[in-house]
Design a binder for this molecule. Structure first.
Ligand code: ADP
Ligand code: MG
Ligand code: MG
Length: 893
């Protein structure tokens, strides 16, 4: 029988799948002997069973009872008992951390009777009533689904009746009255009374945590972070410890290093006389963690010691949640901490220097996604700027846009193509959609560990938090700069452009030009300033990746300029030159002439005009990539791209006819275009089909490829052209083109010292049939390059241009995809075809070169797959080359 409940002592950190990250790490800390309040974990298995069947799985309730009884014995108290109640928290926690996305309920077990017992035991009436009002509030909002505003408003009303803005000024009597008000709100809005039975509270809270897995905000977050929708959450039930027992109690969050830079030191926030969420919600302003040393040196020292233990144990930056109850420190959570992209690199190399990890492991600690973030531009330091204020540098980057004050506006404006910066007092999980839509985030409250900061860092979104001088008025959509600075009194309304610098914490008015980041300059020019810890770290990790990776990295480039750029980024050749990009602009009409030509003469004329242009194109590419292979794909446009638009032409002809001005040519043209018009160009006359249908077209391109090469070889330049035939479905197609190639390379202009210039002939594998008959194709092809964009389209039967904007989001919502198969390779289906073609091809030709040139070449997950599949190289856009190099190294490490 499946076991649904685990004691903390029964688990460990490797069980995140089953126990969730939070549960697994609570178990790990328990077994490390750290002070964790006892508790147990209900597994993700139970959650998945619940979500699938609509009710708790058989046996779960009994197991919960068993573990609860054991917990009661350990604690010497019974859940919710009137004279001395055990209270517990019921906490969500999935395999991957989803900060604030799901529910947690504290103080479960309090009711009208046990609140008195708690008060008597603690000798503190105020504390007991404060805990009870928190329970009714949290339970009402999260378990019974009552709009949190109702409770919030009642709390505010109680405070203003008392003439205060501070929760702490409410006394026991005020809080007892508030509990009555809250219970009334529950009855009114939930249609039932607040449950007095402690076990019922527990069971309903567990169920609410399960349900929160499917909340809308959790879904949005998972999609953004590419977390699979079917994992489910675990539930940790933890005996309560109290940070709200007076000024010698409190609660806090901490990092073992600075999550923004990786610097060692004391980083965190602490709040006296407070419980759980108070710290992150930005309700009261927190103290810097260093202050704790002054307030409670014993607890502070103990915390420092434990942070040392955790860093040494996890060998990584950890973040933690802790509570101090009357001078006693309790650990409530730890995990390997989210960090900025820059900190990921610097921390990884610091840990190497400290001897905690080796370079292979350092490589595992960083991602291509983080590297890509570091390549984003930053504000020009020399630009004129009007500083509004400075806040906390919560998540680095440079972001500018129109100020908006709510999530809906952020989403709506971003949808119509505007850049926006979301300005809030503080954010909460309901702001998630707006945070995703915005370029950057600015808050006036909350620290480095506030919701806004944590979520922004996780997403790699620029954020400045806790800009306390700002008075944010969300209702009127305006913020005012306070303080004494030069901008004091300045108002900024919705729609005015502001710029936030998440690296410095500065907030500016207006648009500010950006310049390349130091990491970008490093890749472009190889410059390393020894004082720049980040660039030094990036360089060290990149060198290691390059040193160990097996997978080569090429670039997709169509011009000499792009090729040169790609080369500076470390590209080891061109994996795809799309020649159709060379036929845009004025050359387009030459191709149109060619396609529509009715006589040999007309055709030859168009081809003769194109040849010298193509020779020039390829010469530039070869020069930029001298010594490296250059794969040139023969023309593969959907035909309609080179034909006049049928509808437009029909209208023109109709108008001309009406006016009696219609010419014979016009009529013939329309007929021709109509004849060639396709319902579904993606599956029509394109690729090799076009080459066979239009005589001379491919020969012209082959001529240009080999003549340009021969001329450069004569100059002493090393040139390695690879001629790639697109959209082949059967070996006969490839044979036809190969025969053409053989003829052309024998022409005098393509010879070097009397022999054909060195070259290879290969094909794209982008049709399922091609993958299946790869053995036959490999008889002719010297290389395969997987065109995974088309291969995905043709395998799934999706037309990318049509489906991405229509039903894909429904598919993502339904969890049919975790991520679009155009973004990250569908390794199960399309990937299987890649593997089949590789095996079958290599069986026939063991030195068959294998590469991939679809968009997936720059996608981290896909790169790992191609490594495992045994490909020789990936090819991606020039800017993704460093990312692919890094990921290829990670795949090997
Ligand atoms: P989240 O995942 O949103 O951080 P948590 O489950 O960690 O939610 O809980 C929310 C807050 O409540 C945290 O600050 C946590 O430290 C606090 N908390 C949770 N369980 C307990 C407990 N047993 N005693 C005291 N505080 C708790
Ligand atoms: Mg937490
Ligand atoms: Mg293609």
């Amino acid at each position: 029988m499946t076991k649904f409940v685990y004691d903390f002592a029964e688990g460990d950190r490797n069980q995140r799948d089953l126990l969730g990250g939070k549960g697994a790490n609570l178990a790990e800390m328990t077994n490390l002997g750290l002070p964790v309040p006892p508790g147990f974990i209900i597994t993700t298995d139970a959650c998945r069973a619940y979500l699938a069947g609509g009710r708790e799985p058989e046996g779960m309730a009994a197991e919960v009872s068993e573990h609860l009884a054991a917990l009661e014995t350990t604690m010497g108290k019974r859940l919710g008992e009137a004279d001395d109640p055990l209270l517990v928290s019921v906490r969500s926690g999935a395999k991957f951390s989803m900060p604030g996305m799901m529910e947690t309920v504290l103080n479960v077990g309090l009711n009208d009777a046990s609140v008195h017992g708690l008060a008597a035991q603690a000798g503190d009436d105020r504390f007991a009533w404060d805990s009870y009002r928190r329970l009714v509030q949290m339970f009402g909002a999260t378990v019974l689904d009552i709009d949190a505003e109702h409770f919030h408003d009642a709390l505010e009303a109680a405070k203003s009746a008392k003439g205060t803005k501070n929760d702490l000024d409410l006394d026991a009597g005020d809080l007892a009255a508030l509990v009555e008000t809250f219970k009334g709100l529950v009855t009114e809005h939930a249609g039932r009374d607040f449950p007095q039975d402690p076990r019922e509270q527990l069971d309903l809270a567990v169920r609410a945590v399960f349900d929160s897995w499917n909340s809308e905000r959790a879904n949005i977050y998972r999609r953004q972070e590419r977390i699979p929708a079917d994992l489910g959450t675990a539930v940790s039930v933890v005996s309560m410890v109290f940070g709200n027992l007076g000024m010698d109690s409190g609660t806090g969050v901490a990092f073992t290093r600075d999550p923004a830079s990786g610097a060692q030191g004391v980083y965190g926030d602490y709040l006296q006389n407070a419980q759980g969420e108070d710290v992150v919600a930005g309700i009261r302003n927190t103290l810097a963690l260093t202050e704790l040393e002054r307030i409670d040196k014993t607890s502070y020292d103990e915390l420092m010691r434990i942070m040392g233990v955790l860093e040494a144990h996890y060998r990584d930056l950890c973040d933690i949640e802790f509570t101090i109850e009357r001078g006693k420190l309790w650990m409530l959570q730890t995990r390997v901490g989210k960090r900025t992209a820059a900190a990921a690199f610097t921390v990884a190399t610091q840990l190497v220097d400290e001897g905690l990890i080796d370079l292979d492991e350092a490589l595992q600690r960083v991602t291509g996604h983080q590297l890509a973030q570091l390549m984003f531009p930053r504000f020009d330091p020399d630009a004129d700027k009007e500083l509004l204020t400075t806040g906390m540098n919560a998540s680095p980057g440079a972001a500018g846009g129109k100020a908006v004050f709510d999530s809906e506006t952020a989403v709506a404006w971003a949808k119509r193509g505007e850049k926006v910066v979301l300005v809030r007092r503080e954010t909460n999980p309901d702001d998630l959609a707006g945070m995703i839509a915005a370029e950057g985030i600015l808050t006036s409250r909350g620290g480095r560990t506030s919701h806004a900061a944590v979520v922004a860092r996780g997403m790699g979104k620029t954020a400045v938090c806790g800009a306390e001088e700002l008075e944010v008025d969300v209702r009127n959509k305006v913020f005012t700069v306070g303080g004494e600075g030069p901008a004091a009194g300045r108002e900024v309304r919705e729609g005015e452009v502001i710029a936030v610098d998440g690296t410095s914490g500065e907030v500016y008015l207006g648009e500010i030009p950006v310049v390349p980041s130091p990491v970008m300059s490093y890749f472009e020019h190889g410059t390393i300033d020894d004082g720049d810890e980040l660039v030094v770290a990036v360089d060290r990790i990149m060198r290691h990746a390059d040193g160990i990776r097996r997978l080569r990295v090429r670039a997709n480039a169509d011009t000499g300029e792009d090729a040169a750029l790609a080369r500076r980024f470390g590209a080891e050749g061109i994996g795809l030159c799309r020649t159709e990009h060379m036929f845009l602009g004025e050359r387009r009409s030459l191709v149109e002439d060619l396609v529509l030509a009715e006589t040999r003469d007309e055709r030859e004329k168009a081809l003769a005009a194109l040849l010298p242009m193509q020779i020039e194109d390829f010469t530039a590419l070869y020069r930029a990539m001298a010594g490296q292979p250059v794969t040139i794909r023969l023309l593969d446009p959907p035909l309609h791209e080179f034909l006049p638009d049928l509808t437009e032409l029909s209208v023109q002809v109709a108008v001309a006819r009406e006016r009696g001005e219609l010419t014979d040519e016009q009529e013939a043209l329309l007929e021709n275009v109509r004849r060639l018009h396709e319902q579904n160009p993606m599956l029509g006359l394109r690729g090799v089909r076009l080459g066979i249908q239009v005589p001379g077209l491919f020969a012209m391109q082959i001529r240009a490829i080999t003549r340009a090469a021969a001329a450069l070889v004569d100059e002493g330049v090393t040139v390695l052209p690879e001629i790639m035939v697109p959209l082949v479905g059967t070996v006969q197609e490839l044979q036809a083109v190969a025969a053409e190639i053989a003829e052309v390379v024998a022409e005098p202009e393509s010879l070097v010292d009397g022999a054909p210039v060195e070259h290879q002939v290969g094909t794209m594998i982008e049709l399922p049939r091609a993958a299946l008959v790869a053995a036959e194709i490999a008889e002719v092809a010297q290389f395969f390059s997987f065109g995974t964009n088309d291969l995905t389209q043709t395998t799934w039967g999706f037309s990318r241009d049509d489906v991405e904007s229509s039903f894909f989001s429904a598919y993502l919502d339904h969890g049919i995809f975790g991520v679009s198969p155009f973004e990250s390779l569908d390794t199960v289906g399309v990937g299987e075809l890649v593997e089949i073609a590789s095996w079958r091809g290599r069986e026939v030709r063991n030195d068959l070169k294998l590469g991939i040139c679809g968009e997936h070449g720059g996608d981290p997950d896909s790169v790992h797959f191609f490594h495992r599949a045994g490909l020789d190289y990936v090819s991606c856009s020039p800017f993704r080359v460093p990312v692919a190099r890094l990921e290829a190294g990670r795949a090997q490490a």
